[in-house]
Design a protein around this ligand. Structure first.
Ligand code: PLP
Length: 427
């Protein structure tokens, strides 16, 4: 698989190289040179396969021969080792629950696949530092996926005050090869510090930096797989009428969905669902790209006003000659987020502040003859306080979370300057 840098098309790398460095020169993201396609017959037979076998077909089609088939199969089996149920929610709307992995959010898919691939492709005597910014869930997924791996140091930046206590406990208590930095600032600031580090050639060389956020193409490829799982749930007669709604922040998830469509998966329409940080919905409505200051919301993992993956989405629409007007969109206030959580809880489905935004826009947008599926991106227990206040009922914590609650936070606290970040990195 060859990829090119969106900022410098002459910079072309293999899948392994792109996975290892994460981000190209001028902070450019990597994008596939070839967009593979399945015909309808192949799609239908893929949809009849089980999750693991199907994922192998999808990922090997993209990745090609760079990784031997037995190694790739092994990575896939280890990475996707948890259930992905599709549940009925309301009327003709379903939720694909992507939160049954070890850190209870969809970030486990990309994080675990990346960890497996990297552990197969780095040499015995190579040392790398994975530097990543998280708005909440990436940090946990990456930290758990890489914990204890030889020769890999993980450094995660997160916005100190915009993260739930449980989210923080889940990855800032691990230690060993996992270091965490609480930044006094929002996610966009964390992300810009990470980008500065990648731009610093000396630093990048001296500690061999790699990015594990949704900038890394390896994570996006892994996420293509569950869109196939979502569609496979629907009977063949209605598969052409499925609308998928994606709660979006950095827009990695939606990029993966669009790549699934580009492969030939029949998805009728996507909905780009954001909270009040609505750079993309405003852009889709008036054509003007104008990020505003990031506002904190209860769907904190989506508090992003400079969504990194947007350049990939534009590139894909251009390469496929699709029209951006085909993309449905909307943004949802905290107030509507809360009232919708209550409304769904009364109907018997407990959701959380991110996924519910996708549900809300989906039930508004969908037509009578269509079927809807929204991505359940995190487990409600991760937002226990917020949700209990809204639904006035107790939420049971899964055992995966319980054991972290009593552990101390091990993070460094820093003010958001590049020098402070370097001090930690070069320590
Ligand atoms: C990361 C995250 C999102 C946003 O996903 P993107 O790929 O960044 O658009 C949505 N919901 C939850 C729970 C997340 O952790």
């Amino acid at each position: 698989m060859k990829l090119y840098n969106l900022k410098n098309h002459n910079e072309q790398l293999s899948f392994i190289e792109a996975t290892k460095i994460g981000l190209g020169s001028q902070q450019g993201l990597f994008f596939p040179l070839e967009l593979p396609k399945f015909n309808i017959k192949t799609i239908n037979s893929l949809l009849n396969l089980d999750f693991i076998s199907r994922n192998y077909e999808i990922l090997s089609t993209y990745i090609g021969k760079e990784i031997s088939s037995s190694k790739l199969a092994n990575c896939i089996e280890k990475a996707f080792s948890f259930p992905v149920p599709v549940k009925y929610v309301t009327n003709n709307i379903y939720c694909i629950e992507l939160f049954h992995g070890p850190t209870l959010a969809f970030k486990d898919f990309g994080g675990r696949f990346l960890a497996q691939i990297l552990s197969h492709v780095i040499d015995e005597n190579e040392k790398i530092t994975i530097l990543t910014a998280t708005s909440g869930d990436t940090g946990a997924a990456i930290s758990h996926a890489f914990h204890g791996m030889k020769n890999i140091r993980v450094v995660v930046l997160y916005p100190k005050y915009n993260i739930s206590i449980l989210q923080e406990k889940l990855f800032c208590t691990i230690g060993d090869n996992i270091e965490t930095i609480a930044v006094e600032g929002d996610f966009d600031i964390c992300q810009s510090l990470v980008k500065m580090a990648f731009n610093d050639k000396d630093l990048k060389k001296s500690i061999f930096l790699n990015s594990a956020n949704s900038i890394n193409i390896c994570r996006l490829l892994a996420q293509i797989c569950y869109y196939f799982e979502a569609v496979s749930y629907f009977p063949e007669e209605i598969r052409n009428d499925v609308v998928i709604s994606v709660p979006s922040g950095n827009f990695g998830n939606l990029t993966a969905g669009l790549l699934a469509k580009s492969l030939g998966l029949p998805i009728k329409r996507f909905i780009a669902a954001t909270n009040i940080n609505d750079t993309v919905p405003r852009y889709l409505s008036n054509g003007i790209w104008k990020p505003k200051k990031t506002i904190s919301t209860i769907s904190n993992a989506m508090d992003i006003s400079h969504p990194n993956n947007w350049s990939r989405i534009e590139e894909l629409f251009c390469r496929e000659s699709w029209n951006l007007t085909d993309l449905a969109y909307g943004s949802v206030s905290d107030q509507t987020t809360k009232s919708s959580i209550l409304e769904l809880a009364e109907k018997g489905y407990i959701s959380e502040p991110h996924s519910i935004i996708a549900w809300y826009l989906l039930q508004k947008n969908i037509k009578n003859n269509e079927f809807g599926c929204f991505l359940g991106t995190a487990h409600p227990a991760k937002f226990q306080d917020t949700i209990e206040k809204i639904i006035k009922k107790q939420i049971i914590l899964p055992p995966e979370l319980l054991k972290y609650i009593s552990l101390p936070i091990l993070s460094y606290d820093i003010k958001p300057t590049f020098k402070n970040l370097c001090d930690v990195l070069l320590k």
